[in-house]
Design a binder for this molecule. Sequence first.
Ligand SMILES: [Zn+2]
Length: 434
Amino acid sequence: MIKPDSASFRDLRDFLDTIPIIDSHEHYVLGPRRPKDRDPVADAIASYYISDLLSVDPAAAREVPGILGDASQGIGRRRAALDRVLSAAGHTAYAHAVRRGLSLCWGIGDLSAESLERYGGLLADAPDTLFEDTMARFRIRAMVVNIYLDQVFRDVVEGRNRSYPAMCRMAFPLPSFHNIHNPDSLGFLAGAMPERTLDAFLGAFRGFFDAARRAGIVCLKDQSAYFRSLAYRAWNRESADAAFAAAMTGPIPWEQATILSDFLFYEFLGMARDAGLPVQLHTGHLAGIRNEISKANAVHLIPTLEAFPDTGFALMHGNWPYMDEYLFLGKNHPNAFLDLCWVQGIDPIYSIELMKRAVVAVPRNKVFAFGGDTDFVEQTVGFLELAKDNVAFALSDLVDNRWLSPSEARQVACDWFHNNPNEFFRLGYDRVDA
Ligand SMILES: [Zn+2]
């Protein structure tokens, strides 16, 4: 399937290093300048690779968090304690991306104790411009940033946190605002509510949403599939009022909290529609272990796609492992877009297959090729390089099969890596043509 020495692959892969990239999804909740005293062992495998280590076996699931969390043990001893799981999970795409990112950013090619010691020293001495320098070096022109910690996002909106450069375009984090099950879950909006009613809550949300719009958000983002089904339903106002009133007296049952979540989510999507903002939704695989996947299948979103036909929805992460449903959604729903953030690094072979099928089954404006979905530059770079490889494998295979000409393949790549997210998020850059 994969022919890294083929001329068409090499030509396309080289071309991908020349085009500007729009990164559809990152987190960077610690800010673009990460604190200098970070633990190199934990940082090296943060975000995603740790999931593979935890899933090695039940003993690993029990022991790895303690090993990672105990920085007092020293790098060498912790590295030795991780040896078994690093070896077992050494060939996954996450492992490849980690090694590649460390190699490209720091010249570190492995996760030996000596390399991790060196990484810690490099992190401590990292220049303040590391983020900007790395983005420029890899031609990442803009990234959509999802600060999922509400207070950090609030600090950005209200001007107390100015650490994010202009290339970081903000997504509004929705999950906690519709996960209302007791008075405490109102969060900081409680302070803007003259009374504890659903109307007052919606008014407080509207005030914060409008402030976020003035601060330049480019979309709304929701990853509630981690803890609830994507099968949202339309409820009447009376059901929601009753659920909200009950929640203000104490914890409400899951079923009632879901009614309120459904109602509020659709209220917020209505605000997004009226503001002309697109929406990013987590679909498919869930970071960590032992989650329940069927609730996160994007196919549950069909009623939502139909309820908001003029709102663009970026269905994130390739809906892994539900490829068929995902392709159907992109083909069948004009407002469903296929955002391959993260999935390029979850499963490259799935992604290559998905992209080949997307070329032949889905309009080419529907696909976004890259979002790292990470917190640190090493990870962004590692996953970007994987995504470029995957796109080059997929499109060069179609060139070799005479489905695309070489110039058509280059244009598809420009659209997927730049033009489509640029238009979807209305970022305002000029188109890039091959
Ligand atoms: Zn994410």
